[in-house]
Design a protein around this ligand. Structure first.
Ligand code: GLN
Length: 496
């Protein structure tokens, strides 16, 4: 058994390199800040200005949310490149963390201009930190195999520990003291992450140190990167100053086409122009199928921070008995992460037990399960939205059930995909293929924002039918993956 979620609990418990501790806590704090702030984002944007929000429409707010979350994952491509060619992963993580912290503190300043600047900073910082954290985990285990998978499983727990705590702390502070305290708390989390990274960095030894001079990029490369950054910064600056007026939903639609184009160009380039042999080409083909399935999965799953978040705030009963206390809407965002922590070891044991009983499930089959669970969750939400459409508040159990089902889907797909990519990628392209895996998240997040915009602008009466429509696509894709799983598995028969 070698997929991440199929790691035996015994391997998880065996000793691991000490550097894993450094990476676990750095990632935990970074995800604390990312998910903590993200849980506030849409709610803050749609709240009226009189109540301290920005007073944006649902459609505009969810589009900005989609662009922001997509940007974070899109930046993973240049982020991986910076580490490979200029700074090495360790230094890139450090710079990324500093930029993230600055971004959150900028968001804590209550001005519109600083809001957008803060978002841009978090996008840049997270993008250059995130892929390199995963790359460093991989490098801790040069021997690969089940121990590396176990290392990734532990690391994924760190991700979700942060993702569980962030919304709890940030949303509590936002509700009690004001939005900007919530944003500031995200910044404090990142500073704690940076402090512990600095403190325990020596445990990483030489891994992810600066690349050897031969591999480093020349002056022309640095010039091209600097020019690109300057153009992006200038355009962002003009938008911030109000000199370029943009309509976020239109930009989001344009950006999703852009991401598709990047993926097409990139896959074509890798497939035809890099001199891959037949075995490698077949593996890249399988990565392409997984990429498409993952993008579709995230497009549905990432309703969490947008339309599910709004559903929690507007249509879910959040009062605690007659105490007068109200559960902050963003707290529901922690549920998925809590379920991951609880279920990851159970799923790991389950895959192993099933495989021992000759029920071995291939990677495409597990992706198929992931998509079907996603669709099932939307079935539950369609029923909940149906009840809400009658004008009554629904019980929290609907959202709890949805997040539980979606988390089972996530565990069938996300860690499995992460590990599969490191095994299927041609050796010399692992970093870039990792960036490509996160590109699927970028596309998914952007589509999720657009979907949420279409959904919420229609009014709650239409949500139920829309959620059912959204469910249809993953059902079709999941079944296709299952029906053709044998053929897909044969693209890389020795990778399990
Ligand atoms: N939840 C995971 C994380 O935050 C995976 C997210 C993704 O790839 N879209 O790292």
């Amino acid at each position: 058994m070698s997929e991440l979620s199929a790691v035996s609990p015994v391997v998880i418990a065996s000793p691991h390199p000490r550097g894993l501790r450094t990476l676990f806590f750095t990632e935990m704090w970074e995800r604390f800040s990312y998910y903590g702030m993200r849980a506030l984002l849409v709610l803050f944007m749609v709240r009226q200005t009189a109540a301290g929000g920005m007073g944006l429409s649902d459609e505009v707010a969810t589009a900005i949310y989609g662009l922001y979350t997509a940007g974070v994952y899109l930046m993973a491509l240049p982020g991986g490149w910076l580490a490979d060619r200029i700074w090495g992963a360790q230094r890139t993580v450090w710079y990324g963390g500093i930029i993230i912290a600055l971004g959150h503190f900028t968001l804590a300043v209550p001005w519109t201009q600083t809001f957008y600047l803060g978002l841009v900073l978090v996008v840049v910082g997270s993008g250059i930190l995130k892929p390199n954290m995963s790359a460093l985990v991989g490098e801790l285990y040069p021997e690969g195999g089940a121990r590396r998978d176990a290392g990734f499983t532990i690391f994924y727990m760190g991700v979700n520990l942060g993702a569980a705590l962030g919304p709890l702390v940030c949303c509590y502070l936002a509700q009690r003291l004001g939005w900007h305290w919530g944003f500031a708390a995200a910044g404090v989390g990142m500073v704690l992450g940076l402090g512990q990274f600095r403190w325990t960095r020596h445990l990483l030894g030489n891994i992810g140190a600066a690349p050897p001079p031969l591999q480093r990029v020349g002056r022309v490369g640095i010039g091209v990167v600097a020019a690109t950054v300057a153009v992006v910064a200038a355009v962002s600056g003009l938008c911030l100053a109000g000199m370029i007026v943009i309509y976020p939903p239109a930009v989001a639609r344009f950006a999703s086409l852009g991401i598709v184009l990047i993926a097409v160009v990139y896959f074509t380039h890798v497939f035809f122009l890099l001199g891959l042999d037949r075995v490698e080409q077949r593996r890249v083909l399988l990565i392409l199928v997984l990429f498409l399935a993952a993008a579709l999965f995230w497009a549905g799953f990432e309703q969490a921070g947008s339309s599910f978040n709004l559903f929690a705030e507007r249509h879910t009963e959040r009062a605690i008995g007659s105490t007068g206390l109200l559960i902050p809407a963003g707290w529901f965002q922690s549920l998925g992460a809590v379920f991951v922590i609880a279920l990851a070891p159970v799923m790991a044991a389950l895959w192993v037990a099933l495989a021992c009983g000759k029920w071995y499930f291939s990677i495409p089959m597990k992706f198929g399960f992931g998509l079907l669970f996603l669709a099932l969750g939307f079935g539950v939400m369609a029923a909940a939205a149906g009840v809400a459409a009658t004008g009554s508040q629904v019980l929290p159990v609907w959202l709890v059930a949805t997040y539980l089902i979606h988390t089972i889907g996530e565990l069938c797909l996300s860690p499995v995909g992460l590990s599969a990519v490191t095994k299927l990628a041609p050796r010399k392209l692992i970093g870039q293929m990792m960036g490509l895996w996160f590109l699927a998240s970028a596309l998914g997040n952007l589509l999720a924002g657009l979907l949420a915009g279409a959904l919420t602008s229609d009014g709650i009466q239409h949500w139920s039918a829309m959620y059912l429509k959204i469910a249809a696509l993953p059902v079709a894709a999941g079944l296709l993956l299952m029906v053709f799983s044998r053929q897909l598995r044969d693209l890389a028969p020795d990778v399990r």
